[in-house]
Design a protein around this ligand. Structure first.
Ligand SMILES: [Zn+2]
Length: 250
């Protein structure tokens, strides 16, 4: 049973009981609390409110995984791939299906370097979280097909756009054999402009098994390269080993 189901099972009978016995104020408060929980649960992946979202690896060793959302991008992806190759790091890229279809050679390059290329929806619509089951399934399936066509490999992981979830997300992901993946150490790198602040923010959220979130394409490529270099130095200093996402989740 999900936390959403549990909260609903408690709140709805309580609200009906309160309403039926004339305690309208109590009923309103219960419904308000449920709505607040639903809002928070949609927006905060780490709450795992609607389903089994993976935000943390099982590793008890000092291992972390790097993930990059929103690529591939003709400006930043080649620079990022070169940097990761020089440093011997394997990462997971949560690619946007439409961008994969537009840049199939970049998608194939990502995989040929030993990185994962996973599903981050096809359109990356800000409205993904209000899509019907049919539309959501179509969007995710198109991304699966675009990535498989470009790389020959079918993704196993899905990260919802903006990290927003609801029960339909987990249902569709399960139907397509996808594990829903969030993160635990986000850099807010699309909003913060200083690499140092981004790295400091991630550092504060680090722990063994942490899934680190950065972006490939939605930020200036110089900032991305500087941030990744600085972050990997910091991880080395703190004696964290970077492993690929699938290894972190084993
Ligand atoms: Zn995204």
């Amino acid at each position: 049973m999900t936390r959403f189901n549990f909260a609903t099972l408690i709140a709805l009978p309580l609200a009906i009981l309160a309403f039926g016995s004339g305690h309208w104020g109590v009923a309103r408060v219960v419904i308000l609390i449920l709505l607040i929980l639903i809002g928070l649960g949609s927006a905060i992946p780490q709450m795992r409110f609607f389903g089994p979202m993976v935000c943390q690896g099982k590793s008890s060793r000092r291992c972390v995984a790097l993930t990059f959302d929103d690529g591939p991008d003709a400006r930043s992806t080649p620079k990022l791939l070169q940097l990761l190759r020089n440093l011997g790091i394997k990462a997971a890229f949560f690619g946007v299906g439409r961008r994969v279809a537009e840049n199939p050679e970049l998608a194939a390059w990502i995989v040929s370097e030993g990185h994962l290329l996973e599903n981050h929806s096809y359109e990356h619509s800000n409205l993904t979280n209000v899509f019907s089951v049919i539309r959501l399934r179509d969007d995710l399936r198109r991304a699966q097909q675009a990535i498989q066509k470009a790389t020959g490999i079918l993704p196993r992981f899905f990260r919802p756009p903006i990290g927003l979830t609801n029960p339909r997300v987990f249902r569709v992901a399960r139907d397509l054999g996808l594990t829903v993946v969030g993160w635990g150490a986000g850099g807010l790198d699309t909003q913060l402009t200083s690499s140092e602040r981004i790295v400091n923010r991630i550092t504060r959220r680090l722990k063994p098994g942490a899934i680190i979130l950065l972006h490939d394409g939605n930020i200036p490529d110089e900032r991305l390269v500087t941030t990744v270099k600085m972050l990997l130095e910091r991880l080395r200093t703190l004696e964290y080993e970077v492993v690929r996402l699938d290894q972190l989740l084993k």
